[in-house]
Design a protein around this ligand. Structure first.
Ligand code: BGC
Length: 762
């Protein structure tokens, strides 16, 4: 197995050694206890360990009816349910645990799982937003806090991090990942796994993590959720797999498979993905859980005639746990008896589940996470809210700041705060919000009011509502395209104000699972509001709240200041105000390219050159481009401004001819050219000029977050070596190829200094 961490150590110095999930290395004592236990288990009881049910609330798919619920309780009592999802809180998890432990023959405890994606109750920024911090410590801290709260609520396992690389902003789940780049995505995956799992899974403040969705779920055709994926091994290995491998190297306890098919085989039924690559090549010893009913979905996919065949295919392919399909518990016993499924596969899957239970400490005390006092103290406390505010401000990206319009004066003047999202206390909580209390976020308006002194008049008018009716994780949001109520009041508030802050973007449930869109512009009547406001006041700061890259051409052309705030979590309003009034100098950088048009999707900086990179020197049309828009994004990957400016100079390489086992030092001088301290994320990219297969025009290979006082300079260095230059070559190997490379250093993936070196043969 390739040790991804080896080439990442330079940027991972911030943290203690990875929390290695001991099952990965084998643990003799646990193995012995598992052997003893398994000898006592009937086939049905073993299969029960592979059966996972949801509580009937908070489901993400069709819920069982009440009648079935009773049946499920019976199964728990008989030891036929190994784990549950969506049972939360000390009281509920204790009661459910008692059902299993006190009634079943062997008293094996259940594991309680939940989608703790960017917080349990204290909400941190959506993962895409956090990735914009490029701050691994901050991201680890966010996952740490989430784990502390979740564990205090009786939970043992989160279905996070989602490490799917996605390059298509139409896909609603872009919000849940770390963006388009495998290198940044790998580091984010590691930080999150470490944050959730800590150093010891059995501690009362850690939970098992789950790298999902294996694999290529982010590559759905047309960006439509659950849609077909057809992806080459080249892209799987070079782009999709690295964050999973990094998560494994960081000791991730579990992996979730995916809803999508790849090349005709649904991931849940893919022996290639699960047995060959994950458990074989990479030696993964943890648990592979299906996605919600993804075993059942083998039937509508059309590869299984019925649920029994689906169970057979999924188990044989290496899916250990059946989430919500009832396929294993109902059908595996007879499939084993008929020989269609080998008991060896069952035993292997059961061992994995039991090992996880041992590592979580559940056999020592099934109620070790059930403590009301801890629950009260550890969830949603001030320390966690302070951490959420800090991570939130680190995640903000300043996209435009013409004539230093920002930061704003908080001592005097009239500020109009408008837009449907300005006073919204719910949208900043984002999608996949765990147990956040609805409407519990600090709104932008509240944040601004709390930040300014008495000398500032804050006017507020929301303008037309963005959505109508119910806001729900489960249902489609209805948007308001027709009712202009509030437009006039908003325009009146903007007229004559010294500054207008307008909050636009997406409501929380416009992105997330099942929320794919063909149009990624501003929806509802937001564009009309922006136009009307521009006509009365040019001094407008656009504050964006959104879960995916949006098309912002008109806004970029027409407004002097633009701030990307994603869905920032519980403390959103305070964090945004910190940036707007200059108490915090923004340093976030985009983890995804922002397109000029939805028709550019999929869009990413590390594209291939093609045989016709153009433009054609003779002005002919025959090169790879669009005739109605540039190829380039509006805002490139890695882009983001500060209230100061940074200069890059003196790019130096320690050698021009690099030996295969040598380190190359890349050095650049960074200068803070402005009059205030600031933090820059210095980025290193590489291009392999000739490969056995085509290579991206640029690939991120390093970054450093550097804080400099006004006027100060610093040398920033990076190390590169053959391992960092490796990729999946035409020989079917992960290796570097000797030859010429270009090195780039700069503030984003577009504006870069560059130099060259040659990697010599071995
Ligand atoms: C999602 C998973 C999630 C699961 C359980 C599914 O619909 O794809 O990411 O973990 O539901 O809630």
């Amino acid at each position: 197995m390739r040790h991804f961490l080896a080439c990442l150590t330079a940027v991972l110095m911030f943290s203690a050694a990875p929390a290695l999930f001991a099952a990965n290395s084998g643990d003799a004592d646990i193995d012995k206890r598992i052997d003893e236990l398994m000898q006592k288990m009937t086939l049905e009881e073993k299969i029960g360990q592979l059966n996972q049910y949801s509580s009937t609330f908070d489901v993400t798919g069709p819920a069982p009816t009440d009648g079935r619920n009773q049946e499920r309780f019976q199964k728990i009592r008989k030891g036929l349910v190994g784990s549950m999802l969506n049972v939360t809180g000390v009281e509920a998890t204790r009661r459910a645990q008692q059902l299993a432990v006190e009634n079943s023959r062997l008293g094996i405890p259940m594991i309680f799982a939940f989608d703790v994606i960017h917080g349990y109750q204290t909400m941190f920024p959506i993962p895409l937003g956090e990735a914009a911090s490029w701050d691994l410590e901050a991201v680890e801290l966010s996952a740490r806090v989430a784990a502390v709260e979740a564990a205090a609520a009786g939970l043992h396992w989160t279905f996070a991090p989602m490490v799917d690389i996605s390059r298509d902003a139409r896909w609603g789940r872009v919000m849940e990942g770390a963006g388009e780049d495998p290198y940044l995505g790998s580091l984010m995956a590691v930080a999150r796994v470490r944050g959730f799992q800590g150093a010891n899974l059995s501690a009362d403040d850690t939970i098992a993590a789950c790298a999902k969705h294996f694999a290529a779920y982010g590559f759905a055709e047309g960006g439509r959720d659950y849609n077909t994926v057809d992806i080459s091994e080249h892209t799987l290995r070079n782009v999709v797999f690295p964050p999973f491998q990094a998560a494994l190297d960081a000791g991730v306890a579990t992996v979730m498979n995916a809803f999508n098919e790849i090349g005709g085989t649904p991931a849940t039924a893919s022996a290639y993905l699960q047995r060959e690559v994950l458990k074989g090549e990479w030696g993964f010893k943890g648990v592979v859980v299906s996605d919600w009913n993804s075993i059942g979905e083998l039937v509508p996919h059309g590869v299984a005639a019925d649920l029994s065949q689906a169970a057979q295919m999924a188990m044989n392919a290496g899916s250990d746990v059946d989430m919500e399909a009832d396929a294993y518990v109902e059908h595996l016993p007879k499939l084993v008896k008929s020989g269609a499924v080998s008991e060896k596969h069952i035993d292997d899957a059961v061992r994995r589940v039991l090992a996880l239970k041992f590592h979580l400490g559940l056999f020592d005390d099934p109620y070790r996470y059930s403590d009301e006092k801890r629950e009260k103290e550890r969830i949603y406390n001030q320390k966690h809210l302070d951490a959420a505010r800090d991570v939130a401000r680190k995640s903000i990206v300043l996209l435009k700041n013409q004539d230093n319009m920002l930061p704003l004066d908080k001592t005097k003047g009239v500020i109009a705060v408008i837009g449907a999202l300005a006073a919204d206390k719910d949208t900043p909580l984002g999608s996949w919000r765990g147990k956040a209390v609805a409407n519990s976020a600090v709104s932008l308006l509240e944040g601004i009011k709390a930040a300014v002194g008495d000398g500032v008049e804050v006017r507020h008018a929301p303008g037309p509502p963005l959505g109508k009716g119910e806001r729900s994780f489960l249902k489609e949001l209805e948007l308001n395209f027709t009712d202009p109520t509030g437009m006039d009041e908003a325009v009146a508030a903007a007229r004559g104000a010294d500054k207008v802050i307008i909050a636009v973007g997406e409501e929380a449930f416009q992105s997330g699972e099942g929320r794919s869109q063909v149009d990624i512009g501003l929806k509802g009547l937001q564009m009309q509001l922006l136009q009307a406001v521009k006509a009365v006041n040019p001094n407008v700061i656009v504050v964006l709240m959104n879960g995916r890259p949006l098309v912002l051409n008109w806004i970029e052309l027409n407004f002097p200041a633009i701030v990307e705030t994603w869905h920032l979590g519980s403390q959103a309003g305070h964090a945004i105000a910190d940036v707007l009034f200059g108490d915090y100098n923004p340093s976030g950088k985009l983890p995804v390219s922002f397109p000029r048009h939805v028709g550019q999707m999929p869009l990413y900086y590390s594209q291939k050159k093609t045989g016709r990179p153009g433009p054609d020197p003779a002005g002919m049309v025959f090169w790879s481009h669009y005739t109605d828009a540039p190829n380039s994004p509006l805002y490139p990957f890695g882009y983001g401004l500060s209230y100061t400016t940074f200069g890059y100079s003196k790019l130096k390489l320690s050698t021009k001819k690099l030996d295969f086992d040598e380190d190359l030092t890349v050095e650049v001088t960074l200068k803070n050219k402005g009059d205030r301290a600031g933090t820059e994320i210095v980025q290193l990219y590489v291009r392999d000029l000739v490969g056995s297969v085509t290579r991206p025009v640029k690939e991120l290979k390093g970054f450093k977050k550097v804080t400099l006082d006004a006027g100060a300079s610093q040398k920033v260095t990076f190390k590169l070596n053959a391992e960092a230059l490796a990729f999946y070559t035409a020989r079917g190997k992960w290796e570097a190829e000797p030859g010429d490379f270009q090195v780039f250093v700069g503030p984003n993936s577009r504006d870069l200094l560059d130099s060259r070196f040659t990697l010599k043969g071995k």
